[in-house]
Each structure stands twice: as C-alpha cells, then as structure tokens.
Design a protein around this ligand. Structure first.
Ligand SMILES: NC(=O)c1ccc[n+]([C@@H]2O[C@H](COP(=O)([O-])OP(=O)(O)OC[C@H]3O[C@@H](n4cnc5c(N)ncnc54)[C@H](O)[C@@H]3O)[C@@H](O)[C@H]2O)c1
Length: 268
C-alpha cells in the first residue's frame, strides 16, 4: 500500500547526516514537508564529527528539489530555547507537525566504572532527555490536532545489554520506556508512539566510533552486533524506509510497540 503521506509535515532531530538525513529525504519523496533540526557542530564528547551547517544547507536544497518545503534549524536537543524557536518557525511555515522523528543521538564507549560524570550526563541528556524536551513542546500541538506520530530512534541497545556501552544502553532503554508510556498518555488523542531498534547502521556515527576506537567501521558494527544475516550493518535508507512505513496510515493501529530492524541480531 502507498504510504499516503502527501502534504504532511515532519520535525526531524539529528537531520544533518546519517539516519536523520536519509529519513528526511525518504519522507520528502513521499511529499512530506520537512523541519530539519541539528546541532550542526562538533562536541567535545563524543568527539567524532557530528552534522554540519553545510550538510543542513545541502539537505534543504536536496529536499526542495523534490518539490516539498524544507526549513532548517541549528540547535541542541538539550536546549529548550533552541527547540521552541525551531518549533515556532516550523509552525509558522507549516501550521502543523504530523510526524516527530526523535533521532538525534550520540554514542561512545567506556566501562561504567571509568566513565566521568560529564560523559554520563552528556549521553543521557542528549539521547534521553533531549527527546523528551522536544516531544513536550510538540505533543500539545498534536493534541490540538487530534493526530500525530512520534517515532523514537532507540537501538538494539534499547532491548539488550551492551559491553562498554552501559550509559548508551541506559539512554536507549529509557527511550523504550518513554515510548510505551507516551503511547498510553496519547492514544486518547489519536497520537501514536513507536520506537525503532536498528542494529549497527552504516552512518557517520559508526565511522566516528571507528576512529575513536582505532578500529574499522565494519569492526565497530560487528562488535556490538552479531547479525544473523550476513551483513555488518544496515544502511540509513533501511531505517528511513521503516520510518516511512511506521509514520503512514498503514500502521494506523501500531502504537507503544518496538520495531526491531536488526538483521536477526536479537533472535539469538
Ligand atoms: N549508527 C548506529 O549504528 C546506530 C544503531 C542504532 C541506533 N542508532 C541511533 O540512531 C540515531 C541516529 O544515529 P546516526 O547513526 O544517524 O548517527 P550520526 O552521528 O551519523 O548522526 C546523528 C545526528 O544527530 C546530531 N546530533 C547529535 N547530538 C545532537 C544534539 N545534542 N542536538 C541536535 N542534534 C544532535 C548530529 O549532529 C548528527 O547529524 C541516534 O540516536 C543513534 O543512537 C545508531
């Protein structure tokens, strides 16, 4: 069945590159207008290259060439001012937000007893508090509309333990809890909430972790994965296709659930 998302609007965090960008483009191809939000600068932690202003600008161009509108916002999901400014801009242009893809996130390795408090806080603040800070500003708009879909990008790490990634796993399990709880709160308003749980994805995050770990991107993907299917990772476009499907009315009664995109990893 076609996704039938024409003229809807999506607010996407972490949209400059990786899965957020691929999803913005996939939704735009379905006729969805895009508000793309990204920190677009490097952070001391995790230390690898995050998105950039150039990437945000090239995304806008690429999306507009598809015949839909795109607005870009540079901002941090930890900063309520950045979020409210971006949402105001999006509302004044699009008048509604139908889809929220809570996707921005970071990853970095470290044994629990060796992490600094600063590293712990950065991980939890960006990956868990950030999605809540964004959602709490968009949920009231969706309640008014009596419709909406929120998709939280968790990970297989939101459904299992991970070696040297306990803070990352804690943030991603947190997203699973937010998903189930928001689904309960928001079902009366016809708002669906789902989480997605990819295995390793061939994205700049993976490349960045490989540099930090003095390893290769496939080794990084395989380290935490062990996919049943013979691939080290899935592509950002695989994730994007799943988001398009979950955002569409083909999934109109799918809420509170976890969409696993793991090449079989969690079956073991
Ligand atoms: N790469 C993987 O193997 C993998 C697997 C499963 C889940 N995930 C999750 O998927 C999501 C997207 O990951 P990706 O692979 O595209 O990573 P990525 O690093 O390639 O892209 C993440 C984007 O988020 C942005 N971002 C980071 N911190 C931000 C902040 N504080 N405020 C606003 N934007 C911020 C970055 O600038 C970047 O553009 C993340 O939540 C990640 O944890 C990744």
């Amino acid at each position: 069945m076609p996704a039938d998302l024409k003229n809807k609007t999506a607010f996407i965090t972490g949209a400059a590159h990786g899965q957020g960008r691929a999803t913005a483009i996939a939704l735009a191809k379905e006729g969805v207008h895009i508000a793309a939000f990204d920190i677009a600068k490097q952070l001391k932690y995790p230390g690898y290259a995050l998105g950039s202003v150039d990437e945000l600008e090239s995304l806008k161009k690429e999306i507009e060439e598809l015949g839909v509108q795109c607005i870009i916002h540079k901002g941090d999901v930890r900063n309520d001012n950045d979020i409210t400014t971006a949402i105001k801009g999006s509302q004044s242009q699009f008048k509604k937000i139908d889809i929220l893809f809570n996707n921005a996130g970071i990853c970095a390795y470290g044994l629990a007893h060796e992490l600094t408090e600063e590293e712990w806080d950065a991980m939890i603040d960006i990956n868990l508090k950030g999605p809540w800070l964004v959602a709490r500003r968009i949920i009231p708009l969706m309640i008014q509309q009596r419709s909406g879909v929120i998709i939280n990008n968790s990970s297989v790490a939101g459904l299992r333990g991970m070696n040297r990634l306990s803070h990352y796993a804690a943030s991603k399990w947190g997203l699973t809890g937010l998903t189930k709880s928001w689904a309960i709160e928001l079902a009366p308003f016809n708002i669906r909430v789902v989480s997605i749980h990819p295995t390793g994805v061939n994205s700049p995050m993976n490349d960045g972790l490989a540099i930090l770990e003095n390893s290769t991107p496939p080794e990084i993907a395989e380290r935490s994965a062990g996919n049943l299917m013979n691939v080290p990772w899935v592509e950002p476009e695989d994730v994007a296709n799943a988001v398009v499907f979950l955002a569409s009315d083909n999934c109109r009664f799918v809420t509170g659930s976890q969409f696993v995109l793991d090449a079989g990893l969690l079956s073991k």
